[in-house]
Design a protein around this ligand. Structure first.
Ligand code: NCD
Length: 479
């Protein structure tokens, strides 16, 4: 979206401003109060659901939502039963489906598939999960659940646990929570910590500091796992604080802060399963048992958790025990049910069947840091599941450039980082190692960046013999 209008497609949670998110939740609350009053809102509209990855809740609740609005749905749930099995591209599939429906809801194993779909569709596209990238509508229902519980979205405290590396629900959720000023404690499974690109986005796009902390009482969630893990090193939690100056300034460098849960502020605990289908099952490879935070009656018995609520996007495997199901703190089944009113609200707004609030019409989106530069001919996204790899002929290579914390390009589709190894200055005859791209006066858009040194050599550039300088050397100019 351009930041000054209402969104046409929802590819990431950043396609919605905070007040647009609140509009969706407000309308969902209205729907919850009198659902039948909304029957007929989407009559004569068709929603196509393209679910090319397994789904129970997301497809079920999207289709239920459309039906409860009086609209109709057409669906594909298996690439083998569509022309994709004959080699049809995703771009063509989307072009065709967008001629049959007024709205496309897509789930796909490729990261960035929803963005590609939005580029080729004539009708709005909603991302129902694109590989390990994002799952923005899950975030909307997570926020709805949190807001129903705490009556606000501002300043929440939440522990996000489990597979932080590959859970798309986590990635979308943290971006939204940060924007609403939450205090977030990350409690990762060992080896499945938050990926660098998500951390870097939190720091550079949202300007939030991240501290490494001792999980304190949250350590209890690992139960016996930590002791049993071959590598029994303690798992560090990460902590982000909405307040500035950030905590590290108050402590000695290297000192760890321990999380204090007894200050009366409530704690939501959000648990996720190990995303085995996205390569998170590394236990065989490492030969080590993985310490995984688990929720069960025993790990939840401490007084620190007496006022907590438990959330989970589901499906659960063994990280959330059924012995919690009748516990008053467990909210995950309510959370799943909330998918229907939230998606009814989103469908109504995105199709223009209900108006966005006045504040939502002209509010810039928050995620505008970084520099989109045209010159990225020699930068290639290396994410194997990125749509730019899978369907290169239809996905334009597009990157956002960041200097901090290191020079990197962020792929517009999967949002993962590409770190170029080399650069050359305009009209220069040489290329330099990227760690010499130091001078703030250098504009990224007039430099050349390379991930593969052969590309630099093919242009006739030679390796630099002396360090890069702010002013171009004479020898470089007279190429
Ligand atoms: C999640 C997903 O598909 O990413 N499920 C869901 O939509 N509720 C979480 C998961 O699969 O672990």
């Amino acid at each position: 979206m351009d930041g000054n209008s209402t969104p046409t497609s929802i590819v990431t949670i950043d396609d919605l401003t905070n007040s647009q998110i609140e509009d969706v939740l407000d309308l969902a609350a209205e729907i919850d109060r009198d659902r039948d009053a909304f029957y007929g809102v989407a009559s004569r509209r068709i929603m196509a659901s393209l679910f090319l990855e397994p789904s129970t809740r997301t497809r079920g609740s999207f289709e239920s939502a459309m039906n409860r609005l009086g609209g109709r749905t057409i669906t594909t749930t298996d690439a083998r039963s569509s022309s994709m099995a004959k080699g049809e591209s995703l771009a063509d599939t989307v072009r065709i489906w967008s001629g049959y429906a007024d709205l496309l809801v897509i789930r796909h194993p490729w990261e960035g598939a929803a963005r590609l779909a939005a580029e080729y569709s004539d009708v709005p596209v909603i991302n129902a999960g694109d590989g390990g990238h994002e799952h923005p509508t899950q975030t909307l229902l997570d926020l709805y659940t949190l807001r129903n519980e705490y009556k606000t979205l501002e300043g929440l405290r939440i522990a996000i646990c489990g597979d932080l590396k590959n859970s798309r629900t986590v990635h979308s959720l943290v971006y939204a929570l940060i924007r609403f000023g939450a205090e977030i404690i990350f409690v990762p499974a060992q080896g499945l910590e938050l990926p660098d690109h998500v951390r870097n986005k939190m720091e550079t796009v949202y300007d939030r500091r991240i501290e490494r902390v001792d999980p304190g009482a949250l350590q209890a969630l690992y139960g016996a796992d930590l002791g049993e893990a071959e590598n029994a090193a303690k798992v560090d939690a990460l902590y982000i604080t909405p307040s500035q100056p950030h905590l590290r300034a108050m402590y000695e460098e290297g000192a760890k802060i321990e999380i204090q849960l007894q200050d009366g502020r409530p704690l939501a605990i959000y648990v996720t399963r190990q995303q085995v289908e996205r390569g998170s099952d590394l236990s065989e490879e490492s030969g080590a048992a993985r310490a995984y935070p688990r929720i069960n009656a025993s790990t939840m018995s401490g007084s620190d958790f007496s006022k907590s609520i438990i959330m989970h996007p589901l499906p659960r495997v063994d990280e959330l025990s059924p012995d919690m199901d009748s516990d008053h703190r467990s909210k995950y089944f309510v959370q799943a049910r909330n998918g229907v009113p939230v998606r009814m609200a989103l469908i109504s707004l995105i199709l223009g069947l209900k108006p966005w609030g006045a504040r939502s019409m002209a509010q810039p989106s928050s995620a505008t840091a970084g520099q989109v530069i045209p010159q990225t001919d020699y930068i290639r996204c290396a994410t194997p599941d990125c749509v730019t790899q899978k369907e290169a002929q239809n996905a334009r290579a597009e990157f956002t450039f960041f200097r901090q914390p290191v020079v990197r390009f962020v792929c517009a589709y999967c949002e993962r980082e590409v770190k170029p190894g080399y650069f050359a200055r305009p009209r220069g005859a040489v290329y330099y190692p990227i760690d010499q791209f130091l001078y703030p006066s250098w504009d990224a858009s007039d430099s050349l960046f390379f991930t593969d040194v052969n590309d630099a050599e093919a242009l006739g550039l030679r390796p630099a013999l002396i360090a890069a300088r702010a002013e171009p050397l004479a020898v470089e100019v007279t190429r």
